[in-house]
Design a protein around this ligand. Structure first.
Ligand code: AMP
Ligand code: GLY
Length: 429
C-alpha cells in the first residue's frame, strides 16, 4: 500500500510551480501546501501566506499540519539555514543544510573548493579589501569578471571591458555596497568564452544523478542583448551537451564536487545545479547553485519519468545509488512571458486572459511566476509573469509548439523574447 504524504513546498515562482506539478503527478502525494506559492500553484496546492524567509512560521506550520516532507525550492532560505531549522524540529526536508548551501551562497567558497580539488573553472583571486582589489586590477588582462561573494538575485556579476569600468565595478560592489553585504568580499575572475549549459542533479551526500541538460537565455532581449534577467527562456536537452562533454564532466566535475563537499565535512544533499561554460579547452564551472534552476526546472521536470518523491526520498535516505533517472526521449522549450520593462521597472496588476486554454492539453504547461489571484481573476504580479512550456519530438517541434502556445495568453504589457532556442538551428549546421 502506498502511504500518502503531506508535502510543503517553499517558494513561489515558476520553478516551484514546476516542482509542485511533479509532486502532484506522483502517486504518493496526498495534500500539497506551498509557502507562499502563487495563483498557478494555488490550482494544485493550498497556498499559505508565509514568506520563504519566515523560518519560525514555516517550522510551526509544518509541525501543526504534520507535514511529511518539506521541499525548499529557493536559494535564500537554503543559504539561510531553513533545512537545519526544520531538521532540528524533527521534520523531514529536502535540500542542503546551511553548511552545504554555501556552495551557492559564497562564490569565494566555491572557487576555493574548485581550486583545492582541481575542478576546472576560470582563474580567480578573492579580495576582502577594495584597495587590494583595485591594485590587482592594474595587473589583470581585460575583459575581467567581478563577482560579489554572496547572493545577489543573480545580479552580482559584472563583466568589465576596460580597467576604468572594472575599477568602478569594484567601488560599486565593495564601497557603495550595491549588492549589500554580498559585496563585503568579492571574486575577480578571468573572462572565458563559450556556450553555456545548465546541468541539474540530485545528490544524496555521496552519490550524484545527472538530469537532462538545459540552456537558459539570461539577457532580456533578442540576440542576447540588453540586461541580465533571471532567465527569459530555456530548452532541454542542449544539443551542445555531447557525449564527449558529458564524459569530461562526469570524470572531472560532478562526482568530484560531491566528494569535495563530503571531504570538507559539508555533505551535500539536494539539488546541485552546475552552470557550465563549454570553452575551447573543455567544460569549466561558472557557478554552482544549490537548487533547481528557474526556468530550467520548467523544461527538465516535465521530461522526467521518475516519480520525483521516490528520487527525493532516495536523496534524503542516502540510497540514490539504487536509482537511475529516466527522461522522455523528447524535447521541451519554455518561453517566459514577462512584463514589458523587466528587469528594471514595470507595471503590474493587469488581468491575464487565456489561461484556461492549457487545461487538458497534453505536452503544454503554463507555469506561473509573478501572478496573483484577485477579485478580477488572475493578474500580473511580477517581472517574469508566466513560463509557457511545450514538449515535442524534437527541439524544433517543441519550440514551434511553445511559441504557438504563447499566443493563447494575453495581458497588457506582455513581453517575450522571440528567439528562445534559436541556437538549436546552429547546432544542426
Ligand atoms: P554566474 O552568476 O556566476 O553564473 O554569472 C552570471 C553570468 O555571467 C553567467 O551566466 C555568464 O554568462 C557570465 N559569467 C560568469 N562568469 C564568467 C566568466 N568567468 N567569464 C565569462 N562570463 C562569465
Ligand atoms: N536560470 C538560472 C538560475 O536559476 O540561476
Amino acid at each position: 500500500m502506498v502511504i500518502k504524504m503531506k508535502i510543503l513546498i517553499v517558494g513561489g515562482g515558476g520553478r516551484e510551480h514546476a516542482i509542485a506539478m511533479s509532486v502532484a503527478r506522483s502517486g504518493r502525494a496526498d495534500k500539497i501546501y506551498c509557502a507562499p506559492g502563487n495563483a498557478g500553484i494555488g490550482q494544485i496546492a493550498e497556498c499559505v501566506p508565509i514568506g520563504a524567509m519566515e523560518f519560525d512560521k514555516i517550522v510551526a506550520f509544518a509541525k501543526e499540519k504534520a507535514i511529511d516532507l518539506t521541499i525548499v525550492g529557493m536559494d535564500d532560505p537554503l543559504v539561510g539555514g531553513l533545512v537545519d531549522e526544520l531538521e532540528a524540529a524533527g521534520l523531514r526536508v529536502f535540500g542542503p543544510k546551511k553548511n552545504a548551501a554555501i556552495l551557492e551562497g559564497s562564490k569565494a567558497f566555491s572557487k576555493d573548493l574548485m581550486k583545492k580539488y582541481n575542478i576546472p573553472t576560470a582563474a580567480y583571486e578573492t579580495f576582502d579589501d577594495p584597495q587590494a582589489a583595485l591594485a590587482y586590477l592594474e595587473t589583470a588582462s581585460m575583459p575581467v569578471v567581478l563577482k560579489a561573494d554572496g547572493l545577489a538575485l543573480g545580479k552580482g556579476v559584472l563583466i568589465c571591458n576596460t580597467l576604468e569600468e572594472a575599477k568602478d565595478g569594484v567601488r560599486t560592489i565593495m564601497e557603495d555596497k550595491k549588492f549589500g553585504t554580498a559585496g563585503n568580499r568579492m571574486v575577480i575572475e578571468e573572462f572565458i568564452t563559450g556556450r553555456e549549459v545548465s546541468v541539474l542533479s540530485f545528490v544524496d551526500g555521496k552519490t550524484i544523478r545527472i538530469m537532462s541538460s538545459a540552456q537558459d537565455h539570461k539577457r532580456a532581449q533578442d540576440g542576447n542583448q540588453g540586461l541580465n534577467t533571471g532567465g527569459m527562456g530555456t530548452f532541454s536537452p542542449s544539443p551542445f551537451y555531447t557525449k564527449e562533454v558529458d564524459d569530461f564532466c562526469r570524470k572531472h566535475i560532478y562526482q568530484a564536487t560531491v566528494d569535495a563537499m563530503a571531504a570538507e565535512g559539508r555533505p551535500f544533499k539536494g539539488i546541485i545545479f552546475f552552470g557550465l561554460m563549454l570553452t575551447e579547452k573543455g567544460p569549466r564551472v561558472l557557478e554552482y547553485n544549490a537548487r533547481f534552476g528557474d526556468p530550467e526546472a520548467q523544461v527538465v521536470l516535465p521530461r522526467m519519468k521518475n516519480d520525483i518523491l521516490d528520487v527525493i526520498d532516495a536523496c534524503i535516505d542516502g540510497t540514490l545509488e539504487q536509482t537511475e533517472l529516466v527522461f522522455e526521449e523528447n524535447a521541451a522549450v519554455c518561453v517566459i512571458l514577462a512584463s514589458n520593462g523587466y528587469p528594471l521597472s514595470y507595471e503590474k496588476g493587469f488581468p491575464i486572459r487565456g489561461l484556461e486554454q492549457f487545461e487538458n492539453k497534453e505536452g503544454y504547461y503554463c507555469f506561473h511566476a509573478g501572478t496573483k489571484l484577485t477579485e478580477q481573476g488572475i493578474v500580473t504580479n511580477g517581472g517574469r509573469v508566466l513560463g509557457v512550456t511545450a514538449t515535442g519530438a524534437t527541439l524544433q517541434e517543441a519550440r514551434a509548439n511553445a511559441y504557438a502556445a504563447t499566443e493563447w495568453i494575453d495581458f497588457d504589457n506582455k513581453y517575450m523574447r522571440r528567439d528562445i532556442g534559436k541556437a538549436i538551428d546552429e547546432a544542426e549546421k
